[in-house]
Design a protein around this ligand. Structure first.
Ligand SMILES: O=C(O)c1cccc(C(=O)CC[C@H]2O[C@@H](n3cnc4c(=O)[nH]cnc43)[C@H](O)[C@@H]2O)c1
Length: 227
């Protein structure tokens, strides 16, 4: 959806994260001037919780905002998005919203005619933030960020996702929910993921959460300059 379709003219930025650790990192990274213009809310893990809590927040406050950002740690698709890098979404895709079939593979809700599974991120701010991150030597990749209800945990599912969505760059569990809520209130959306693990066979011990949170902190400082 293009920016011209949005009608709200608030001045604040709403940043939606899944868990407390992400909230604390982002809030601490925001300089004072930016903290006065941003609200960081915890919306829980998964798209349903994220959609419900973001929409509940916006239901009474949407006129205050001009942008919603889904942010947090995420899985990166190799070789595009290594651990510690930042991924910005150009498209936010509900990757498991559809139907499995015995003969045609996965059919998205779009194909089934039940709704849609892709929301475009705000192009202008995503481009500006990408440039600013690159100028600060923070590794950043722009591509599709998938929202899943079940964290991908096998080589088979990873391969199937990449085959279906060749631009798959990162994976999280909240982006599409936050984006649906933002769109309901006609607000532009961005998604920013700091990569903690490679998407693939589940190995929780290999998740580098401190590295990802450090990247999230650095990227948030740059975000504050751009917004
Ligand atoms: O244990 C901690 O210290 C801690 C700190 C920050 C975040 C967490 C989480 O477990 C956050 C869960 C959150 O992470 C996203 N995520 C990360 N990797 C993946 C993935 O490979 N596939 C899907 N989602 C991923 C997701 O958005 C979860 O909500 C723990």
């Amino acid at each position: 959806m293009e920016a011209s379709r949005y009608t709200k003219a608030g001045s604040r930025i709403l940043i939606a994260v899944a868990v407390q650790a992400e909230h604390d990192v982002i809030l601490q990274a925001l300089p004072d001037h930016a903290r006065q213009r941003c609200d960081v809310i915890i919306v829980g893990v998964g798209p349903a919780s994220a959609a419900a809590r973001t929409a509940a927040h916006l239901a009474t406050e949407s006129d205050r905002y001009r942008m919603v950002i889904s942010a947090g740690i995420g899985g990166g698709f190799a070789p595009h998005a290594p651990i510690g890098s930042i991924v910005l979404a150009n498209q936010i895709i509900a990757a498991d919203l559809g139907s499995e079939t015995p003969d045609q593979g996965f059919l998205s809700v779009d194909t089934l005619g039940f709704g849609r599974s892709i929301i475009s991120a705000d192009r202008r701010y995503t481009t500006e933030l990408t440039s600013a991150l690159r100028a600060s030597n923070i590794p950043v990749h722009v591509g599709a960020v998938l929202t899943v209800s079940t964290t991908t945990g096998s080589a088979h599912t990873t391969a199937a996702l990449v085959q279906r969505i060749p631009d798959a760059t990162a994976e999280g569990m909240e982006g599409f929910g936050v984006a649906m809520a933002a769109e309901l209130f006609r607000l532009p959306i961005m998604e920013m993921r700091a990569i903690s693990n490679e998407v693939g066979p589940r190995d929780r011990d290999s998740w580098r959460i401190p590295d990802a949170l450090k990247s999230l902190r650095q990227a948030t400082r740059i975000l504050a300059e751009v917004l």
